[in-house]
Structure formats: structure tokens, C-alpha cells
Design a protein around this ligand. Sequence first.
Ligand SMILES: *Cc1c(COP(=O)(O)O)cnc(C)c1O
Length: 390
Amino acid sequence: MEDLIYLDHAATTPVHAQVLEAMWPFFAQQYGNASASYPLAEQARAAADWAHAEIARQIGARPGEIVITSGGSESDNLAIKGVAFASRERGDHIITTQIEHHAVLRACQYLERSHGFRVTYLPVDHHGLVDLAALEQALDQRTMLVSVMLANNEVGTIQPVAEVAKLTRPRGIPLHCDAVQAIGQLPVDVATLGVDLLTISAHKCYGPKGVGALYVRRGTPLDPLIHGGHQERERRAGTENVAGMIGMARTLQLLEIPTAGAAPLARRFSAATLGVQALRDQLIAGVLRNVSGATLTGHPTERLANNASFCFRSVAGEAVLVALADHGIACSSGSACAAGEQEPSHVLTAMGIEAELAQTAVRFSLGLSNTPEQIDRVITLLAEVVGNLR
Ligand SMILES: *Cc1c(COP(=O)(O)O)cnc(C)c1O
């Protein structure tokens, strides 16, 4: 087997060496419980406070508005269920989209099924953009939460979240945004976006697995999901994962490359991201030129810098994955969470792509380790593999 060509960064990323280095001391040396009160614990407390402050700074929030969680799935669940359970008096209606991550969709379905909430799942257009008119129409007196992702994990489409906020903010309805795929690739500033809750996860952007954060704007109603100690200002019990949160703070720092003259918190679009975007464009152009029956899914321009997703007419996506894997290429048929499922992707289905074509989907998500030579090789192999399978 040839050397690995890793093109599944939307599923997870390797931990950056400097992130690992920053985390290391908190396992065996500064291992104190951040909630205890002796010097060893105070070191951990100081580190945890620094991590909250740094993560907050990176997204334009206050340190007290950051809840550290076990990852994107927990943050999404905390946002959806936490606001719903804390808002029963105010309402029983949630609005989200048909293309959210399953952590949002299944939390909503659970609230519908087991707790009597009503949920509207907004349609999207052929490019995966949410229908703002439908959103405005869906709002009612009893709507107490809206959740719209910033960038989709399967097709990379970027949603107009700030436009959504213009509908929710004047009505005082909390807006949650899943920014797991966007963080590190797009400017993510909670004030510019106008969101009240925002989900991030470290492992999608060169940080460790098992740690994420939920931004909760001051004053937003939120019940905890995990009861126990007083950690995270009573919003999430459990001994602090200091190494994890340091890792997340450090990875966000590394991804930040301020551009001169830009607004201090609204720019975050790093040189590394631009490099990845050039490779993505190389891949998209090469595939559309050289692989017969290939179509790009998602938005032509409003898409993540690292996402190139396609359908290959009449060729099963799973078969392409297997054939590419034989050549050391790691990619995905959509979302990692959907791997092995027989159902066509809910995202592609919502975009109006019929089931048969949706079964041919393959997603390439690029990252910092990729090179132009790798991309050329993938294009060549893909033309071969798809030709053979057809
Ligand atoms: C990966 C992902 C999640 C889940 O994050 P985990 O940290 O893996 O739990 C949530 N939302 C989106 C958009 C994702 O891509």
C-alpha cells in the first residue's frame, strides 16, 4: 500500500505538534483538580481559566460565556435540550434545518418524540442554502430556539447565519449555531454572527478528540444536561479536562493569523486556509475535467475552503471509497457518522438530489498536510477507478 493520502479532515484531524506539546504537562505534572485549593490545583485552575479566556477571545466572547464540553455532539445537545428545557414557559417550538448534523437533528427529534416539543425542519435549495423566507414564516409566538449551522459537514455550504440573526434577534429568540466545521476556516465572531449559542469542537481543527465548547451568551436560558459538581458555572458538571481545554485553546491560537487592518475579531482567515483552498480548487477543477459523470455538490462559491464533494453518476460511492482506500487514499461517502448506513444522505436528499444519485456521493476534505502532488495523484486515480467501476 502506498503512503496515506488523508482527505477526510471533516471527520477528524491529527493533533498539531504544538498543541500536543501544550497539553503534555497537564497529564502527569500539573495534574491537580482545578476545583481543589492547594498550589497544584491552583496551577490547574489558572490553566483552565486561561483556556476559557483564550477560547472566548478567539470567538469574540467573554470567558464566563464559554462552557467546556466533551465535543461538538455534547455542545449541540446542551444547546438544544438545555435551552428547550429552560424555556418551557416561553414556548414549545424549535426551528432548525434539514441539513444539520445528527447531533442537532436527533436532539430535536428526541424533544419532539419524548417531550412534546414541536420542531420545524427548514428546507434548503439545490446548493444547500437555507430558505430565509421559510424561516421567517415558520417563526411563531411559541418559538423559543432557532438552530442553523454555519458550514455543512457533508457539502461545505456556508449559511447566512448573520441574516438568520436579523430575524431572531428582534424577536428575542435565542439562535444556536453549529460552527464545528467552520472554526479555523472562516471568521467566527459571535457578535458579527449575532448568535446566542455556538458549538465548536477541537478535533476537527488539529486539536484533541473529546473536547469542545459551547458559547452561551450571558442571559440565555440554559438547563444543564450533566448534574453534579459546580464546574463550568453550574452549566456542566465534571472534573475539568484541563489538558483538553488547553489543547483546544492552543489550536485556536495557532489557526489565528490576524490580517493587518481587518476588524480585530471579524477576520480569522489564515494563510493556511488559503493554501488549502487552492488545493481544493485544484481538486474540483481536475475532477470535473477528468472524471466522466462527475458533478460538484454544495455551493459553487459559498463553501468551506477544504470541502470538495461530488457525485459520480452510476457508480456507488462506497465502491469508490473502497477502491481509493486500496491506493492509500482516505476520504468519505459523506459524513463519517453516516458511513455504513444504507440510507442516502439526509443532506443531499434535502438538496433535492434523488436517492440513486445521492448513493454515488464522495466527500474529500482537505487539510494542512496535503500537497499539490497528492491532489494530482487523486485526480488520476479517481478517473481510473470511476472508469473501471462504470
Ligand atoms: C463533527 C461534527 C459534530 C460533532 O462533533 P464531535 O466533537 O465529533 O462530537 C457536530 N457538528 C458538525 C457540523 C460536525 O462536523
